[in-house]
Design a protein around this ligand. Structure first.
Ligand code: GLV
Ligand code: MN
Ligand code: MN
Length: 452
């Protein structure tokens, strides 16, 4: 999809008055820019210290963390982060989906500038994905406090619930509920241990019957910003310091069950088998082939296969596997899925197996607001940082909230483009740069948005 086709023509800003308080902040910015354009307001050491502490929650011996959304480990990490929010003077509340908000009052009656990320991880993931944007947001508040800078808009730091989604198969869960794209239909979904999402919400101190109270009312947000690691190789390889995200891919995920017939592996002749794993293996390759068939940045993945009964001397009778497709264009995802289904049907016939798939997650592509992109670009340039415009192949909570308010994302480089793995790393200097850009972007948005 061509991004420029989708840019909204109107500017989100009007442009006249400003408060003394914002002047104080901007005067500081100007001073920083004048002194060579490189100096930062944010405290890089404090930020690194907090990130290192957060990375202790769920730390793995091989590096990185396992901190699944809806787990005791994440609950402990949430307590740590809420304490940081309180220390920063934020008024903390948790909504019915478990999303954490920390509010700093503004000087005017205006919609909220919302920014933050998530602290859950994939199994054996890295300690930068989500954590950088979350603790970067708290660092922005600490920096405003240190400089006694007030803003016209109220500011809220947010920590979204279960962004990654391996637990329950739903990515961007908390933000999806907040945006109104997910509702009570998800509550009965069960995890491996037989616990429902409703059970986990209760453990997180929430009443699942009130899930939809977490919906954010349209008009209450001025904008949503998210700082994040790129998770791909573009910035690192081109040595560009800041990525300005143009749009976030859509994602559709199915859970498929291939049903064959479990039988003796020694006595069942090869031509009389209904091997569900053999069929699923062909299905996996069909996904890869169909996705590769047309040019473009679309991707498709089968992330696991669970074969039952799972013994070396039994032909697998049942296999569960997910299919995940991503692209900036929802129509491309649908087209690929049609082809994949035809290939699955063909394999079923060949292998004597029946494969059924059901949608478990559907996230529409999201576009960044052009005016917010400009603000981020200017904020980076005023800090003396290079920028590149780029799409995001990962999904993000900010994408869901873009259904409600103008959205922008700031990316920083990921070493070797590695993410969702223990080797995930972003240089501390890059993390600090991204946080400074977030700080400056918030001040610029505060000045420019809803100005009278
Ligand atoms: C989240 O990081 C995703 O893109 O799956
Ligand atoms: Mn993330
Ligand atoms: Mn992730």
């Amino acid at each position: 999809m061509n991004m420029s086709q989708c840019l909204r023509p109107r500017s989100i800003f009007s442009n006249t008055s400003r408060t003394i308080a914002v002047w104080v902040g901007l005067a500081a910015l100007t001073a920083a820019a004048a002194s060579g354009g490189q100096s930062r307001h944010i405290n890089a050491q404090r930020l690194q210290g907090n990130l290192e502490k957060l990375s202790e929650f769920g730390r793995n011996p091989e590096g990185g963390v396992t901190r699944l959304g809806f787990s005791q480990t994440e609950m402990d990490a949430r307590t740590y982060v809420m304490d940081l929010m309180k220390e920063a003077g934020l008024q903390v509340r948790v909504d019915a989906a478990g999303n954490i908000f920390g509010r700093r009052a503004g000087t005017a009656q205006l919609p909220t500038l919302l920014f933050g990320s998530h602290i859950d991880s994939v199994p054996h993931g890295g300690s930068f994905d989500g954590s950088v944007g979350t603790l970067g947001a708290i660092e922005v508040i600490r920096t405003l406090n240190d400089g006694r800078v007030t803003t016209r808009h109220p500011l809220e730091v947010v920590v979204w619930t279960n962004e990654e989604g391996p637990h329950f198969g739903i990515s961007a869960l908390g933000s999806g509920v907040a945006a109104g794209v997910l509702g009570p239909e998800i509550l009965d979904r069960k995890d491996e241990e037989g616990l429902t999402l409703a059970d986990w919400l209760r453990r997180y101190g929430q009443d699942p019957a009130h899930l939809t109270d977490a919906r954010i009312a349209r008009g209450t947000l001025a904008a949503i910003l998210e700082l994040h690691i790129e998770q791909g190789p573009q910035l690192y390889e081109t040595k560009v310091q800041i990525g300005v995200v143009q749009g976030i891919v859509g994602l559709k995920r199915w859970k498929c069950i291939a049903t064959g017939f479990a039988n003796h592996a020694g006595t069942t002749p090869m031509n009389r088998r209904k091997d569900a794993l053999a069929a699923a293996a062909k299905d996996l390759l069909a996904v890869r082939d169909v996705v590769r068939e047309e040019p473009g940045r679309q991707v498709g993945t089968v992330g696991y296969m669970k074969a039952e009964p799972g013994a070396p001397n039994v032909i697998p009778g049942r296999v569960e596997f997910p299919v995940e497709l991503r692209d900036l264009d929802a129509a491309t995802i649908e087209r690929m899925w049609q082809h994949i289904q035809q290939r699955f049907a063909q394999t079923d016939k060949e292998e004597g197996v029946e494969t059924r798939c059901a949608v478990i997650n559907d996230i529409a592509p999201a576009l960044s607001d052009p005016s917010v992109q400009s603000v981020i670009r200017e904020a980076a340039r005023s800090t003396g940082l290079s920028t590149a415009d780029m799409p995001s192949g990962a999904v993000h909570d900010a994408g869901e909230i873009s259904r409600l308010a103008p959205m922008g994302m700031i990316f920083v480089p990921s070493r070797d483009g590695i993410s969702h793995a223990p080797q995930e790393f972003s240089a501390w200097d890059d993390v600090a740069n991204g946080t400074e850009v977030l700080y400056r972007s918030i001040l610029k948005l505060d000045k420019q948005m809803n100005a009278r």
